[in-house]
Every structure is written in C-alpha cells, then in structure tokens.
Ligand binder design. Structure first.
Ligand code: IVH
Length: 690
C-alpha cells in the first residue's frame, strides 16, 4: 500500500496515525491470516517506523491496540488471574465410528428427534492451547489461558505479540463485549525453525509444536514470546454483550472471519453420521499437509438453539465431541544405537527402536542426527522415548522419559551415555571430527565400503546419471560379488556375470546394461553432481558446468578461479580441490572419460544483465508464470536463483502460499518482491533499485 505523501504532509498527526495503523493492520491480516502478503517488507518496516516516530512525539496518541505495542513490553512478575464469565469446558472423545454413531444417537434423542438427520459444523481439533480473547467495543482488552476452566492466567501482553490476533475488529459497530475462544498454536515450520536455532546454539529443543506454543505463551517476558512465532485460530465465542448471534455455529464462524479473526479454512457443515465420517476421512488425508498439527476433528451440532437444548454433562457439552486420529507421537523403547556411514563418510547415530505404529507407519528406527544431538537429548539404550513423526518429516526421537530410565541403583543409570566410535564401524579407519562441525567422518574416503556403496547409489540416482533400476539392493550385490568398486566399473560390466547374480534373470541383466549404456554422454552438470563431491549439490554442479563448459577446465581451476562462480565460496572451492587432487579420484575420472560417461558443453560466462550479481530465491505460486519461467527470466538477465534464503539473498520472489522462506526473508530483512515488481525490475533501466 502506498500512501500519498504530498497529501499527507498537511494531515494532522492523529489522522496519520490512524492511516498508518490501518495500513499495518491490513498488512498483518494479509500476511498472517490470509497467508497472502501484499506489502513488501521494507515498506512495512517504513510504515511501522513512521508510526513509532509519531507516537514518540505525541504520547497522547499512544494506545494499547497500536501495532507498535506488539513487540513485547517489559517482563511481568506473575500472571494475574482472570475468571471466565462462562466456563471453558473440554470435549468428550470418540476413537471409533461406533462412538461417533453413539454420539449422534444421543444428540437425536436429546433433541427428541430420533429419526431426523442432524446438521453438524465440523472443524479440525487444533493441537495447541485454548485461550479467550476479550474485545470491548471492538478493541482487544485482555486475553487469558483456559487454566482450570473456571479461571485462567492473564496473558494479554503475550497475546498482543501474535500478529494473527487483531487488536481491533474490522467492524464499524462492534459489540459492546465479545469474547472469542480459540487455540494458540505454533505452525510446524515455525517449530522446526525454533528448534533449529536452539540446536545451533546448543540449547534444549522443544518436544513438539504444542509444547513450544505452551512454553512461549506462558513466558513472563513478552519479548521472548514476540520472538516465537505463534498462530491462533478461533473456534467459538464466550461472553457476548450488545450483539445478536446468528442461528448456527457455522454462521458465527463466518461472522468472526468477517471481523478478521483467523478461522480455519478446513471447516465445513455436514449432515448425519455419514457426513461426519466423510469429513473425518478427508481431513485425515489432508492432515500431514496442513501447516499445523491437529489431533482430531471436532463435531458440533450446528444450530445454536439445539446446542442450548442439549446442554452439558459434567464438564463437557452434549452437543459436541472430538473424534481423534491415531497419534503422531508414541512412546517406545530404544533397543540400540547404531552408527550409519553416509556417502561422504558422515557418521550418523540412529536409534534402533522397538517397532511402534506412529503417524500412520511402523517406525523401527529414528535418526539422532549427530553426537551433540544424542548428548543433548541424552538418549541411552533401554530408554523409553517419545517418537514423533508428523507430516512427511522423518521420524525422530523427540525426548527421553527420564523417570522410566533403567537404573543400576538409585543414582546410577544402567547404561552409559552414548559415545561416537573413534573408528569407522564399516571399515575401521579413524574417525575425524572437524573443528566447529557437528559431523564426525570416516577418514577412509572411497576405500570405505559403506561410502563406496552410497557413492554408487548416488552416481546412479535419478538426478545424477539416472541409471534406471540400479538401486541399493543391486549395488550391494555388485559390490559383494566384486563386480564393481567404482562408478567407472559400471561401464565395463559383463552381461553373463550380471545375469549370474542372485535373483537376476537374463532379461533384467540386459535391462540393467541397457540403462547403463543409456547413461553414457550425460550432460556435464549431471556428471559433476554424480561424482558426489562434498558440498557440491545439484545447483552448484549446474553453475560449475555452465561456467567452465568442460570437465578439464573445471579440474584445472584453482581456488581463485573456482570462486569466480557465483555462490562458490572458499569451502566449496576447497572441497573441489581436495576431490580433484586425490589420485584415486583422478584415476576413476580418467576411466569415466574413456567410457564417454559425460559430454562437455560450452562455457557460457554469464553476460552482464540488469540483474547481474543479484541472487533471488523463489517461493509460492505466482499468478501468471511458473517458477521455472521466472527463473529463466532472472537468469537471462544475469541473475542467479538459489534454493534457500540466506544473508546472501538479494530478493525473495514470493507468490501465494509462500511458507518458511518468506518468514526467513522477513527475519533477515531481505526485500520481498511479487511478480509485478519482478517484471518492473526486469524491464527497468537501472537494476540497482532497492
Ligand atoms: S470447542 C465447549 N473446537 O480441545 C467446547 N475445541 O478438549 C469447547 N480444541 O480446550 C471447545 N480445537 O483447547 C473446540 N475446533 C475446536 C477445537 C477445540 C481444539 C481444544 C480446546 C479445548 C479442548 C477440548
């Protein structure tokens, strides 16, 4: 949003303050509630700074609902108690279709309409913590946790830091009083980010997004909460004064959405048990793709008049129930801690677990990342651990239940803390741990059978040389029978000998050789990537191929020449030099040359264009072009497109449904462009515009 500066010079401070607040509120709403940002970051910061300046000069204009008050005030000594005018209840649970059926029958009988089909409002059961937000004449005045249901803690200062919670309702005649109830939670991406930061600092990580949200909301220092990204979804109302509610729960939710409170887009209205079960299934299929954890679906009788008739039993309503999904977290036993050796020799500790069904699959092992991580979590053999698998994230050990640890006596655990072996478990070579790096590595390079195996699997993989059918099992067999030792050996395989392998028919042997044959002459970028040089990923391989054009030029390049390539710094250059000066590698490359494994191209030094020297990261869906098209246009002007946001990123191009990259760019203060601003950059004369 741009405000007309000339016209505003004459506007009194109070009006300007109102305009700025409205513009910032609007930007927050679009970013945090609609997830469709429109205002570039730099512009947002400018508006906020201007508002701060005016408020500092005119303290009489300050108000607690100003967006400047979201950054977090000074720490509290304790939380004040807030009595809930209407108790905050819990929900009964259903774990099976039969229990849902019984619920629906109770509803029909309770309403004295045993034969009718009931209409239900259905929504996700958010896995966070319940809060009540109080709005007086449309302004946020207080917010409290659920506590024991009768009274909770006043966490207003912390709730103010949650950008998705409006400080002012979008309504010209707001009700005298509106209490909104809903759930504070942490999005998975924000949780991952928070834990990554904690890991980098060697601090304790949170077990799950729910605990992270709870820990953040109950901070006495709101400045800490302000740094944790919390989200909020409304799911109902409490005390209301001066407004007539519509007739159904669904309509109440629509009204809250109009007031610009965040409500879930997953809500729906269904009829009867069939409708409930259908929703449960559809939501279940979407569960892993949602940006936040849910642990079930909540079914509510839609008509408020019917809800009133049904009333409550004990501490739960008769008109609503939570239908639970199988858990994303389970407790199981650590039977052992293995150490796996990866392609570049990295040693990864892996917890071997008593099989447990979690997040829809049976999990038998979970990565422990590295030695520091095992130490921090202090995972030991015999421990009971919480295993978590949410979304498509690989299963991980979220934490240890120390109270269940097997003990020798009251003070001494039965098992010792984990220590990384000092020799490689696969080849016995010494293990090196590089200063400042978390990873420990086998020092034996491709002489280590585990690394050799992983290197071959990588060489053949789809994005590398793309040798169809050459997967882990086959690579293992080829290695065991000593048919191959290096990638170059693949091109010398003998049909007869391959056919004699176990479970290998003539036909599949012939197919394999055909696939290997077809991989000869792959382009240079794939070949460079296929070599599996440490720190050289797919994009770097492409950049190197494009810059040098042929393999000999790349091999001959010294560190300075290598660093001419955008995004190649001293670390990558060092990895390349180390790889190319290794005599064994030189030998294998020579053999691959003779096998015509790759085809050289032409060096295409990047021409100076409007975007030369600028690095972009792309995220989200653009309105009129695909990301690949945008990438091609940026590259045609000499710009670079990188995969992840870092301090080196010059611009983030964000479309709809932009996720963690956008968050990170905002944190780093990197300018965010939309498609039209990109087009402006591509067409204007001066690319140095900020
Ligand atoms: S309605 C009177 N709707 O579940 C019913 N609760 O077990 C009040 N929750 O404390 C709750 N998602 O924290 C409702 N869509 C949803 C919910 C939800 C999560 C939580 C809430 C409540 C607990 C009850």
């Amino acid at each position: 949003m741009t405000l007309n500066a000339a016209a505003l010079d004459a506007t009194p401070a109070a009006n300007r303050v109102e305009l700025l607040r409205a513009a910032i509120d609007e930007a927050n709403y679009r970013y945090y509630v609609l997830d469709a940002p429109t205002l570039p970051d730099a512009e947002y910061d400018r508006l906020l700074r201007e508002l701060q300046t005016i408020e500092a000069a005119h303290p009489e204009l300050l108000s607690p609902d100003s967006p400047t008050q979201r950054v977090g005030a000074g720490p509290l000594r304790n939380f004040a108690e807030v009595a809930h005018a209407i108790p905050m209840l819990s929900l009964g649970n259903a774990f099976s279709a039969a229990e849902v059926d019984a619920f629906d029958r109770r509803v029909r009988e309770g309403l004295d309409r045993p034969e009718s089909i009931i209409e239900y409002a259905v929504e996700p059961k958010f896995d966070g913590l319940a809060v009540a937000l109080h709005y007086q004449r449309g302004r946020f005045v207080r917010g409290a946790t659920r506590g024991d249901g009768l009274s909770g803690e006043d966490v207003s200062a912390n709730l103010r830091t949650i950008r998705a919670i409006p400080m002012r309702l979008a309504c010209s005649h707001p009700p005298e009083w509106l209490e909104v109830r809903g759930e504070v939670l942490m999005l998975r991406r924000d949780f991952e980010h928070l834990n990554q930061v904690a890991r980098d600092k060697g601090e304790k990580t949170f077990v799950n997004p729910r605990n992270a949200a709870a820990g953040s909301l109950r901070q006495l220092d709101p400045r800490v909460t302000a740094q944790r990204r919390l989200s909020f979804f409304a799911y109902g109302v409490g005390r209301i004064d001066g407004v007539e509610l519509p007739a159904t729960h669904a309509a109440v939710m629509d009204w809250l959405a109009e007031l610009r409170l965040p409500v879930s887009g997953e809500r729906a209205v269904v009829r009867g048990v069939d409708g409930l079960m259908g929703y449960f299934q559809v939501l279940g299929e979407r569960r892993d793709a949602l940006p936040f954890d849910i642990d079930g679906a909540v079914y509510k009788v839609n008509r408020l008049a019917d809800q009133a008739v049904l009333g409550f039993v004990a501490r739960a309503p008769r008109f609503a129930i939570a239908h639970k999904y199988p858990a994303h977290e389970e407790i199981t036993l650590v039977e052992g801690i293995d150490v796996q050796v990866g392609r570049t020799g990295t040693l990864t500790p892996v917890a071997r677990l008593k099989p447990v069904f979690v997040g829809g699959v049976t999990v038998t092992n979970a990565t422990l990342h590295n030695e520091d991580e095992v130490r921090r979590k202090d995972v030991r053999i015999g421990d009971s651990v919480i295993v978590r698998r949410a979304g498509d994230v690989i299963p991980e050990v979220a934490g240890v239940l120390l109270e269940r640890r097997p003990m020798r006596d009251s003070l001494t655990p039965l098992h010792e803390p984990f220590v990384m072996p000092s020799v490689c478990p696969e080849c016995g070579a010494p293990v090196a741990r590089i200063e400042g790096e978390a990873a420990a590595r086998c020092s034996n390079g491709l002489s280590c059978p585990a690394q050799r195996k992983q290197a071959l699997i990588h060489f053949a993989s789809r994005r590398a040389m793309d040798i169809d059918g050459l997967g882990e099992k086959l690579v293992e067999q080829l290695l065991e029978q000593s048919l191959v030792r290096t990638p170059a050996d693949l091109y010398r395989l003998d049909l007869q000998r391959v056919a004699s392998l176990e479970r290998m028919a003539d036909k599949s042997a012939a197919n394999l050789l055909t696939a290997i044959e077809a991989s000869r002459g792959r382009d240079l970028a794939r070949f460079i990537f296929a070599l599996g040089i440490r720190n050289v990923g797919e994009q770097t391989a492409k950049d190197l191929a494009r810059h040098f054009g042929n393999f000999d030029a790349l091999m001959a390049a010294d560190s300075v020449a290598l660093q001419q390539v955008a995004d190649v710094g001293p670390v990558v250059a060092e990895s390349l030099r180390t790889f190319f000066t290794e005599p064994h590698n030189q030998q294998v490359i020579e053999q691959l040359r003779q096998a015509h494994a790759w085809r050289d191209g032409e060096a295409r030094p990047v021409q100076a264009g409007r975007l030369t020297g600028k690095t972009f990261v792309l995220t989200g869906t653009l309105p009129n072009m695909t990301r690949d098209q945008a990438k091609a246009m940026i590259e045609a002007e000499g710009g670079k497109v990188a995969g992840g946001v870092s301090r080196k990123t010059d611009f983030l191009l964000a479309g709809e449904e932009a996720g963690s990259k956008l968050t990170k760019a905002r944190e780093l203060g990197i300018p965010v462009l939309d498609e039209s601003s990109l087009m402006a950059l591509l067409t204007e004369n001066d690319a140095s515009r900020e």
